[in-house]
Design a protein around this ligand. Structure first.
Ligand code: ADP
Ligand code: MG
Length: 253
């Protein structure tokens, strides 16, 4: 098989918080049209790795490459503009804005409601484009009927989907999802899985953190396993399932 150049690659990422090494020498890569899972018990360092990949936190050591370009020291907004979008473990929707407006923030992709408002004051064509993009994402994710509802009134499942819609509205090449299935019902998880398969087929590179092991291992092409900040395994779902170090990390939880 042809080995594609990874769209996202991290090498030796390390981050300390005081005396705690939250991420120690983590390396991973995701190719176009592939899904990589990132798993590990609570506190393993998974969200910290996402923060390092997206410029929320600066690493003490290591590098991050996006489509071959070094983004290690880039700002969050520059990284988003370069094609890397993410969702957060605790959803970050503005409860006082409508679902559509929240997704429009993603379509704007420069981040921040202030920036969005200033665009609208001076560019009606750009405003129309942003809202059309946001509506298209809501339609694709089956949330168009909820477009005018305040985000604070959405259900947990709708909020998770809305975060994904907002990330997709920036037209990313790489999508990072932090526990997107948390709090979802079984049917909602099935929906999410088919959406992610579709996005993979469209060529997105996807990195997903998920607590539900069965859900994750059925979904992904490869898995990286963290425990106490260490990378303890990497491989296919079958390899990881059979790995004794992984089994003992989960049994010890
Ligand atoms: P996970 O997402 O795998 O549950 P996290 O990456 O959130 O784990 O956290 C890994 C470890 O780093 C935890 O012990 C957590 O308390 C710590 N940690 C994460 N972020 C910070 C921070 N900003 N300041 C101090 N400690 C942090
Ligand atoms: Mg986390």
């Amino acid at each position: 098989a042809m080995t594609a150049e990874p769209l996202l690659a991290a090498q030796g990422l390390t981050r300390r918080f005081g005396g705690l090494t939250a991420a120690n020498d983590i390396s991973l890569s995701v190719e176009k049209g592939r899904i990589l899972g990132l798993i590990g018990p609570n506190g393993a360092g998974k969200s910290t790795v996402f923060d390092l990949l997206t410029g929320v936190t600066v690493p003490d050591a290591g590098r991050v490459l996006l489509a071959g370009q070094d983004i290690t020291d880039s700002k969050q907004t520059a990284i988003a503009r370069a094609g890397l979008a993410r969702t957060f473990q605790h959803t970050r929707l503005r409860g006082d804005m409508t679902l559509l407006e929240n997704v429009a923030i993603g379509a704007h992709a420069r981040g921040g409601c202030g920036a969005l408002a200033s665009i609208f004051r001076r560019d009606r064509a750009e405003e129309a484009r942003i809202f059309a993009t946001a509506r298209a994402q809501l339609q694709r994710l089956g949330l168009e009927a909820r477009a005018e509802v305040l985000a604070g009134q959405l259900s947990q499942g709708e909020r998770r989907t809305a975060e994904i819609a907002r990330a997709l509205a920036s037209d990313p090449t790489v999508l990072l999802l932090d526990e997107p299935a948390a709090g979802l019902r079984h049917a909602e998880k099935q929906h999410l899985a088919s959406l992610l398969h579709q996005l993979r087929a469209e060529g997105l590179a996807i990195l997903i953190i998920e607590h539900d092991m069965r859900f994750l291992l059925d979904l992904v092409d490869r898995v990286v396993v963290l425990n106490f900040g260490q990378q303890i395994a990497e491989g296919t779902p079958d390899e990881v399932r059979a790995n004794p170090a992984v089994q003992s990390a989960y049994l010890g939880e």
